[in-house]
Design a protein around this ligand. Structure first.
Ligand code: URA
Length: 280
């Protein structure tokens, strides 16, 4: 490195410290090649409005373009209609995954690394549904593989289950940047897909992990602290119902160990329901 660079470049230790600081502040994703100084941009005089650019002719679809295109540019009504049509068209879980891979109506797809579709055994008697993938899930491509997922594995083990005996997915299958909560629009546009995923896997029991999945799938208004621990009914699109239990999200249990007592009571309810299925 030349001496002219030395004065402006960061040492490795300072760069690592800066990165750590960003990550702690929730900045864990680069959205552009180079940084923008938004303060300088907003202080600069507004440029004269240029006429809107004429869109180039449609190019053949390539996977790079699908990912780089600003997916949120799809009008919300069109995205919702397309989601309903694509989800309904899927005859199998593999079809559904392929439909999601092609779907550009959720802006989260543009910032996520990959689709996080499911883990475990399709068709299992129990299906767990969480909110949305986090950073580890985004990197690996499977739901609940980070710290919360490891706790979920221990919770399953406590009632003699493992991932091979359950099916696991999320309401939203792409990671929201910085692990923020998905917006109501993002959730609404993904809803037909998770509803179809539930229908195609056809579990006998459904477990909603956390308030977001509970409110979205079970239509309850109350928070998870009140909603958890009670068997409710999930209403499928074909009119069928599936017994559904809301539980604390494992990420919440990591932050709030005192709530594990209630989580244990809910796990026992789940075990009892499974045992009842075995006896039937
Ligand atoms: N939290 C979720 O809701 N889902 C995951 O897959 C991981 C963390």
């Amino acid at each position: 490195m030349g001496s002219s660079n030395r004065s402006t470049s960061l040492t490795a230790a300072a760069a690592a410290e800066t990165l750590r600081w960003w990550i702690e502040a929730g900045v864990d994703l680069a959205l552009d090649e180079s940084p923008h100084d938004r303060f300088a941009e907003s202080a600069a005089p507004a440029p004269r409005r240029a006429p809107p650019p004429v869109p180039p002719p449609a190019a053949p679809t390539m996977s790079y373009e699908t990912r780089a295109a600003p997916a949120a540019a799809v009008a919300p009504d069109d995205a919702a209609r397309s989601a309903r049509e694509r989800a309904a068209a899927a005859a199998t879980l593999d079809d559904l995954r392929a439909e999601l891979e092609r779907f550009d109506g959720c802006g989260l797809k543009a910032t996520a690394t990959q689709l996080v579709f499911a883990d475990g055994a399709p068709g299992a008697r129990i299906m767990f549904v969480g909110e949305a993938p986090g950073g580890d899930e985004d990197r690996i491509g499977r739901p609940f593989v980070g710290r919360a997922g490891q706790l979920l594995d221990r919770m399953l083990a406590a009632i003699a289950l493992d991932r091979a005996q359950v099916y696991i997915a999320n309401v939203v299958p792409w990671r929201p940047p910085g692990n923020r909560t998905p917006t109501p629009q993002e959730t609404a546009v993904c809803l037909p897909f998770i509803r179809r995923q539930i229908a195609l896997s056809a579990p006998r029991l459904l477990v909603c992990l956390g308030g977001s999945a509970t409110q979205t799938l079970l239509g309850v208004k109350e928070g998870i602290t009140r909603a958890r621990g009670v068997w409710r009914e999930y209403q499928a699109d074909d009119g069928a119902t599936i017994p559904a239990l809301a539980m604390f999200h494992p990420a919440y249990l990591l932050r709030t160990p005192a709530a594990k007592r209630q989580a244990w009571a809910d796990l026992r309810k789940l075990r009892q329901a499974l045992d009842a299925l075995d006896r039937a």
